[in-house]
Design a protein around this ligand. Structure first.
Ligand SMILES: [Fe+2]
Length: 359
């Protein structure tokens, strides 16, 4: 039996309520030099972990939860170590964070440690808050999120804003109010493991390919759902990125196509491209053994590195139950293409296994 409590009548964080202005425009960040903080980090992470009371992995391939550490109290070196650990583990979970109460400017200052903050083209920000804040607000008085997913599965693994020329790296997601019962978790999937799980010769086929990423579909949905109240702060963004990328710090290879934004593979006929992308999206969707699932409470702050993970919402709690969060999204490097390695013998090993009837 699920215990259900009535939604509190007033939101706990009114200053963070979403503001929709159909006339507002924002400037894009533009090109910048990215010096990833992970490069500066001590591999042992002493500044991040010295006060930790508990550190445990959420799954073998993705996700680590850290207790006893307040992100707001970390030194610059501690934040550098967050960048490295998040690159290594894909996602970090911090509980009971006073980060949600330190105000717009401090929240923005800390997130900016990792790169210039993205300004979203259609998601709301607070009325009197900086445009870099993305507000996720699902409540009985604001059903825009429900509406946008009403004719589409809400389970959709994606990289936030991959059509940017320099897409996001480490990303902050801070929960202000969570549904009164279980639900509203985020599923985070390792893009490194998604690539590793493919067979050696298939991996080699993907390396060197490029794909088109565009915001066209989400913008069309915003127009369809909200008509003359649609928020369109920026024109459609489009970029070409490698299908397989390399993390600038860990050098790990990752599959970098996602079902929200990746439209086609450059140079392939439409049928070929659709066929390949559908296979890759299905491969990611099926990857339950390289995911972790994060449950929220008020004060939970989740960080994920978009260069090595994808994530999906779970819109599984009752419509009208309040879920209120904000996201800050530092931009990072231009995606680095992976190179096909010198022949590592893996393909020949496959052939030998067939000839010896080992598979
Ligand atoms: Fe997202």
């Amino acid at each position: 039996m699920i215990a259900r409590t009535e939604e509190k009548s007033e939101p706990l964080y009114p200053a963070y309520l979403p503001h929709y202005d159909p006339l507002e425009k924002v400037e894009e960040v533009g090109r910048f030099e990215h010096d990833d903080p992970g490069h500066r980090a001590d591999p042992l992470k002493p500044n991040l972990l010295k006060h930790a009371t508990k550190v445990f992995d959420l799954s073998p391939h993705c996700g680590t939860e850290i207790h006893g550490v307040q992100i707001s109290k970390l030194s610059s070196e501690g934040l550098d170590e967050i960048a490295l650990l998040c690159a290594e583990r894909g996602c970090l979970v911090f509980r009971d964070q006073d980060y949600i109460d330190i105000g717009f400017e401090e929240q923005r200052r800390i997130a900016s440690h990792f790169g210039p903050l993205h300004k979203h083209g259609w998601m709301p920000h607070p009325k009197d808050g900086p445009p870099e804040f993305v507000i996720v607000y699902d409540s009985k008085e604001d059903l825009r999120i429900r509406k946008s997913w009403s004719r589409k599965s809400p389970i959709q693994f994606h990289v936030d804003q991959s059509p940017e020329a320099q897409p996001p790296g480490l990303t902050f997601f801070a929960m202000l109010e969570s549904p009164s019962v279980a639900g509203g978790d985020t599923i985070i999937s390792s893009s490194v493991r998604a690539f590793e799980r493919l067979s050696p010769s298939f991996r080699k086929r993907l390396e060197g390919l490029n794909a088109v990423h565009t915001t066209a579909n989400p913008i069309m949905r915003e127009l369809r759902d909200n008509g003359n109240q649609a928020v369109l702060r920026r024109p459609i963004t489009k970029s070409i990125h490698p299908v397989v990328t390399v993390h600038p710090v860990t050098k790990q290879k990752a599959l970098f196509v996602n079902s929200s934004y990746t439209q086609s593979i450059v140079g392939w006929d439409e049928e070929e491209s659709d066929y390949m992308l559908k296979f890759l999206f299905d491969h990611i969707n099926r990857g339950q053994d390289f995911c972790c699932r994060v449950r929220y409470e008020a004060g939970t702050v989740v960080l994920w590195d978009q260069r090595v993970t994808q994530h999906s919402q779970t819109l599984d709690y009752a419509a009208g139950d309040r879920r209120h969060a904000f996201r800050l999204t530092p931009l990072a490097n231009t995606p680095i293409p992976s190179k096909i390695e010198e022949d590592d013998g893996e393909c020949q090993k496959d052939e030998a296994r067939v000839l010896l009837n080992l598979c």
